[in-house]
Design a protein around this ligand. Structure first.
Ligand SMILES: C[S@@+](CC[C@H](N)C(=O)[O-])C[C@H]1O[C@@H](n2cnc3c(N)ncnc32)[C@H](O)[C@@H]1O
Length: 198
């Protein structure tokens, strides 16, 4: 089990990605094509920056990525990357996001609150953060846009998935191979936003 983790960690180092998380996004995008060349993407909870690096490669020079985190990113640079140091639960941070663009083709969120070790507490905190990000996503996502997020799984997941299905054509839960098998992290892929008139 841990061999796999070590493998991804080594691969991330060798290929110059700042985190093994980079592979999770690669795997997901290879399969589900959430992000493409030229897109404008919001990366919520982007530090240390592995996803930013992958996104930067995918969207290319004609695209744009706005990354937000409370923490600094690690030496991740690119002309198409704009980093905001801030808390996603604060209005001033979200206002700053809008200064870069008020329309996003995809919002990705790997944001995770600090874990307490108590699964229920961690699930509730994670869900609350994701809901805050989703509320913002509803305002900025283009019609047919996509939303990908990480969640610490738990009992309130199904109600939220049900709500998401009112907004997206397809909603799918997955555990990418790059996620440790014993982890309670899930990723949820939401494709085909119905538009922000709702
Ligand atoms: C698992 S890491 C993200 C890894 C990233 N995808 C990568 O590839 O490097 C989760 C991040 O969410 C951030 N985070 C948690 N709560 C946040 C909040 N309220 N506002 C902004 N960032 C937050 C943490 O600081 C942490 O850096």
């Amino acid at each position: 089990m841990y061999k796999r983790k070590d493998g991804y960690y080594k691969m991330a180092k060798a290929e110059g990605y700042s985190s093994r998380a980079a592979y999770k996004l690669k795997e997901i995008n290879d399969k589900y094509k959430l992000i493409k060349k030229g897109d404008t993407v919001l990366d919520a909870g982007c530090a240390p920056g592995g996803w930013l690096q992958v996104l930067s490669e995918i969207v290319g020079n004609s695209g744009k990525i706005v990354g937000v985190d409370i923490l600094d990113i690690k030496n991740v640079k690119g002309e198409n990357i704009h980093f905001i140091k801030g808390d996603l639960t604060e209005a001033k941070t979200l206002e700053e996001v809008l200064t870069y663009s008020n329309r996003y083709h995809t919002v990705v969120s790997d944001a995770a609150p600090n874990t307490s070790g108590q699964k229920i507490v961690d699930h509730m905190n994670s869900l609350e953060l994701v809901k805050t990000i989703f509320n913002f996503t509803k305002k900025v996502l283009v019609k047919n846009g996509n939303f990908l997020f990480k969640l610490f799984d738990g009992e309130d997941r199904d109600d939220f998935i049900k709500e998401l299905k009112n907004y997206f054509k397809n909603v799918k839960i997955l555990r990418p191979d790059a996620t440790r098998k014993n982890s309670f992290e899930i990723y949820v892929i939401c494709q085909g936003f119905s538009g922000n008139e709702q």
